[in-house]
Design a protein around this ligand. Structure first.
Ligand code: EPU
Length: 423
């Protein structure tokens, strides 16, 4: 298995191009199931999770052509489709559950494997299934698979009140509602930019959706959706990750394609930590004000709050801050696995349940480390940028799920980083 080796201490200077969002692409791709006509995504990220979604959609009968080195994905799902999403693919990636709403909307029935838990938490699907049941589906769990059937072969509009603003459930219900009979209202909907991006794409395909980006989304069902070409929104998590890089080791980095509205709560915390973020014509430029960042308290929340997907990276930065910071993880019950690895690099972190208290230290030391999820892995690379000596991050396949060419992007701005091929 490959590993990434980082030698700390080099200042970073230059520009990093931010890719299209993984979590937007992973919900835009299943939208192809809603139409017999082609859906073309531009600005798609080149990631192993995208390859997994491609494999899943192909297994359902979609034709997918990848162009421009994967940046353009042309998808077409015409004719007969298979309505069973197999465990062997679904278990690799939770976002596979995003085919449930589209399959049910198009065919009136679907069998989709439950993805199971993952390293960061149990992640059940009750909000998705309760919503679809309100739309007239009967859903039964048999042999690890959700067997879903719409009464009379067609979903109907409903008023659905989410107990929590789940991103995936908002996406699944919104997609399902585009082809349902009548109007669906989602109350307490998620407001993430990826939801707005999906709604924008669905509208280009002919869907009638209002209120995306607010807590109430209204979808008026239509008979069919057509073709569309849609550019994937910038990845705000990749953006936030690379914005942190010069805070670890000094210098100045411009993140091309970065937008303030995608990361405003994160930028507020950076400002409080002594980091300057300025808007440029091409993106966002980041520079640390002093020699060390300052401690700040962070609580993760649904958008527009501080994103859970930047918590690990922020924790790594706070390990080097002056003072003591308190991080509260409110979205996932087990998302501090990076903490013991950072401690191996010399950090001072005390985790009690969903709260981590980080007392900043003057420096970190390189070490062999390993992470069990994507964001945790990249936080260790960031820590390695500041650490004395060599940090070897193992289990790089997690990283490749969500960051394209991480070693090339950081290497191009001056980091000493390389990928070592494993056996
Ligand atoms: N939840 C339930 N029941 C449900 C759905 C969710 O209890 O039916 C709980 C989850 O267990 C979790 C919380 O609600 O504790 C939030 O889950 P949500 O449904 O909002 O998250 P998701 O759709 O499964 C997406 C991203 C995650 C990101 C979260 C939160 C994709 C493919 N994944 O997951 O991304 O952390 O929203 O913003 O969009 C990542 O990229 O590293 C990643 C984990």
């Amino acid at each position: 298995m490959d590993s990434i080796v980082v030698k700390g201490g080099s200042e970073l200077r230059g520009q990093i191009h931010i890719a299209g969002a993984k979590n937007a692409a992973l919900t835009l791709m299943p939208a192809t199931l809603l139409s017999e006509e082609p859906l073309t995504l531009t600005n798609a990220p080149r990631l192993s999770d995208i390859a997994t979604m491609t494999q899943l959609l192909q297994s359902l009968g979609a034709e997918i052509t990848s162009m421009q080195d994967g940046k353009v994905q042309v998808m077409s799902t015409h004719g007969e489709i298979n309505t069973t999403a197999d465990y062997e693919i679904v278990r690799k990636m939770r976002a596979s559950n995003l085919v449930l709403g589209p399959l049910l909307a198009r065919e009136g029935h679907a069998i989709v494997s439950l993805p199971g838990g993952c390293a960061i938490g149990a992640r059940p699907m009750d909000i998705h299934t309760d919503g679809l049941e309100k739309m007239g589906a009967s859903i039964e769990l048999k042999d690890g698979y959700l067997h879903a059937k719409a009464a009379g072969g067609k979903l109907k509009g409903a008023v659905i009140d989410f107990p929590f603003a789940s991103v995936g459930a908002t996406e699944n219900i919104m997609m399902a509602a585009t082809l349902a009979k009548g109007t669906t209202v989602i109350n307490n909907a998620a407001r993430e930019p990826e939801i707005v991006d999906l709604a924008t794409c669905l509208r280009s395909m002919g869907a009638q959706i209002e209120g995306d980006g607010t807590s109430t989304i209204t979808v008026q069902g239509v008979d069919r959706l057509g073709a569309a070409t849609h550019p994937v929104v910038t990845d705000r998590i990749e953006l936030g990750t690379y914005m942190l890089a010069p805070v670890f080791c000094g210098g100045e980095v411009e993140c091309l394609g970065g937008r303030m509205d995608l990361v405003s709560s994160f930028v507020e915390k950076l400002d409080a930590a002594g980091v300057d973020v300025t808007e440029t014509k091409a993106g966002l430029k980041v520079k640390r004000r002093g020699d060390r960042p300052k401690a700040v308290d962070v609580t993760t929340e649904p958008f527009p709050g501080f994103p859970t997907d930047l918590q690990a990276q922020m924790m790594a930065m706070l390990c080097l801050a002056e003072g003591t910071s308190v991080l509260e993880e409110k979205i996932f019950e087990n998302r501090f696995m990076h903490a013991p690895e950072l401690v191996r690099m010399g950090a001072d972190i005390d985790v009690q349940g969903g709260t981590a208290t980080v007392t900043g230290v003057a420096g970190l030391k390189g070490a062999p480390v390993m992470a069990t999820d994507l964001r945790a892995s990249v936080s260790l690379i960031l820590a390695g940028l500041a650490a004395e000596g060599e940090t070897v991050v193992n289990r790089v396949y997690h990283l490749d799920r969500g960051y394209e060419h991480v070693e090339e992007k950081l290497g191009a701005v001056g980091a000493k980083i390389e990928r070592v091929q494993g056996s």
